[in-house]
Design a protein around this ligand. Structure first.
Ligand code: ADP
Ligand code: ZN
Ligand code: MG
Length: 474
């Protein structure tokens, strides 16, 4: 039987506020365990939560960036369950009335554009963190309790694991452009639960879905979905039934393992949190946040094409990651040809960052010094190849561009009288080629330039050499 895959994703993104969502404790990954807790986030009786305005602002930013409407009134609810990382015994979330609804995200797979619906984006608090891999005991860290999250829930609009991957990439890009989430899946600042079902092609009704958790990379999500589709197919093909369940992705075994039967909403006994008043958002405030949104990836990609005259492919590579786009623009400002800056960033800079597995923000050469280096090619001081050597030296050992050029003897010979003498000596040594060139064999130009380069140990300025040969022979 041929089946169609149906996927919907629930993404939790930690917001990069300084403090937690309902108290003034610092919210920061990697601090010493149990150093950020107070009566509110520890869930002591009688403590009262107070909503962090910045959290709402960031959630509205995301909502508006993906075309959601912003509710003028939304409600915080208690989602009740017991777990050792949840001191209060309930998580404050939004249930019936979320802050943002009815948005969408456009994704691209194999050159095709597709619109994926976003059902809702709501606010909630994170639980604390349990660390299980220490001896027999489990450890608890309160620091993460009350970290602000937005949960972004998609419609079941994706039809393949590849579309799910593209959706996640696009979502991550927007979160990063907005500067509201680190999007570090390994540190847990972005987490994805994937819901998947299959149905015979042509069927209107969805099949029973399973939920996948525990993937710590986007490729992991893609792989887990591929595996789960395969598993569901085998179950149905052998006459079995899919049960609504939660499965865990085991990256070591490359398979999903059952975790628990999926709970229903009523299991959580949601009810409005009596400690929090309804959240009222004036339309004017939401509109103002919308107007002040930073430039988003799609818009930036288009501007790179129109303003810097880059083709779509290059504009895509350069806007994929915000830091790369920033790096490129900062470089392009100080060089004659933005396209040269584009080639350098896509070439040496990205290669270097990938090799060293660092962010472009963390490489030693600033956009400013890259621009100065490019200008040294433009003004004829060094060749493109020599510039790559300077680039490598700058990255490895640091230093000043001009000092490296001198120390490594990379300066080009651009002095025309010096080059003219070399050109003449090459002509004298190759009289036959001179005759053939004059009688129309223009491709010998390459031969002459090559000879002159050889005679100057590769330091002749090719542009000057071409000019001199042309002037002498044509
Ligand atoms: P639940 O009540 O189990 O939480 P929801 O209807 O709230 O389910 O949907 C949760 C997520 O699962 C959403 O992202 C939604 O798009 C997705 N989803 C819902 N039904 C299906 C289905 N049959 N197959 C795949 N994904 C689905
Ligand atoms: Zn606190
Ligand atoms: Mg639900």
């Amino acid at each position: 039987m041929d089946y169609e895959t149906v996927i919907g994703l629930e993404v939790h993104a930690q917001l990069t506020t300084k403090t937690k969502i309902f108290c003034g404790c610092r919210s920061h990954f990697g601090d010493e365990a149990n150093t950020h807790g107070c009566p509110v986030c520890l869930g002591l009786p009688g403590a009262l939560p107070v909503l962090n305005k910045k959290v709402v602002e960031m959630a509205i930013m995301m909502g508006r960036a993906v075309g959601c409407s912003i509710a003028e009134k939304s409600i915080f609810a208690r989602k009740n369950y017991f777990y050792p990382d949840l001191p209060k015994g309930y998580q404050i979330s939004q249930y019936e009335l979320p802050l943002c609804e009815h948005g969408y995200l456009d994704i691209e797979t194999n050159g095709d554009l597709k619109r994926i619906g976003i059902t809702r984006i709501h606010l909630e608090e994170d639980a604390g963190k349990l660390i299980h891999d220490q001896d027999e005991d489990s450890l608890f860290d309160v620091n993460r309790c009350g970290t602000p999250l937005i949960e972004i829930v998609s419609e079941p609009d994706m039809r393949s694991p590849q579309e799910a991957y593209a959706y996640l990439m696009s979502l991550k890009q927007i979160l990063q452009y907005l500067g509201i989430c680190d999007c570090n899946m390994e540190e847990g600042s972005l987490r994805c639960d994937a819901n998947v079902s299959i149905r015979p092609f042509g069927w209107k009704e969805f099949g029973v879905k399973t939920e996948l958790k525990n993937m710590n990379s986007f490729r992991g999500v893609e792989k887990a979905l591929e595996y789960e589709v395969f598993r569901q197919q085998s179950v149905l093909d052998s006459g079995g039934k899919i049960v609504q369940q939660t499965w865990l992705w085991d990256a070591n075994q490359n398979k999903t393992v059952p975790m628990r039967d999926k709970e229903d909403a009523h299991d959580y006994r949601y009810f409005p949190d009596p400690d929090l008043v309804p959240l009222l958002v004036e339309k004017q405030w939401a509109d103002q946040i919308h107007q002040e949104l930073p430039e988003l990836p799609q818009a930036r990609k288009q501007r790179f094409q129109s303003h810097y005259r880059l083709n779509l492919e290059h504009a895509t590579v350069l806007t994929d990651i915000k830091e790369v786009a920033d790096y490129f623009e900062a470089t392009a400002q100080s060089v004659k040809q933005p396209r040269t800056a584009a080639n350098w960033v896509m070439g040496e800079v990205l290669r270097y960052a990938n090799d060293k597995k660092v962010s472009v923000r963390d490489i030693k050469i600033s956009p400013n010094s890259l621009a100065r280096l490019i200008n040294r090619i433009d003004d004829g001081t060094i060749s493109g190849n020599a510039a790559k050597k300077v680039f490598a030296a700058l990255e490895e050992t640091g230093g000043e561009i001009d000092d490296i050029i001198e120390a490594e003897g990379l300066r080009q010979i651009s002095d025309s009288s010096e080059l003219e003498a070399v050109v003449q000596s090459i002509f004298d040594a190759n009289p036959d080629e001179v005759v053939r060139f004059k009688s129309g064999e223009k491709k010998l130009m390459g031969f002459f330039v090559g000879q002159v380069m050889k005679a100057t140990n590769g330091k002749g300025n090719p542009r000057e050499i071409n000019k001199i040969i042309g002037a002498k022979l044509c």
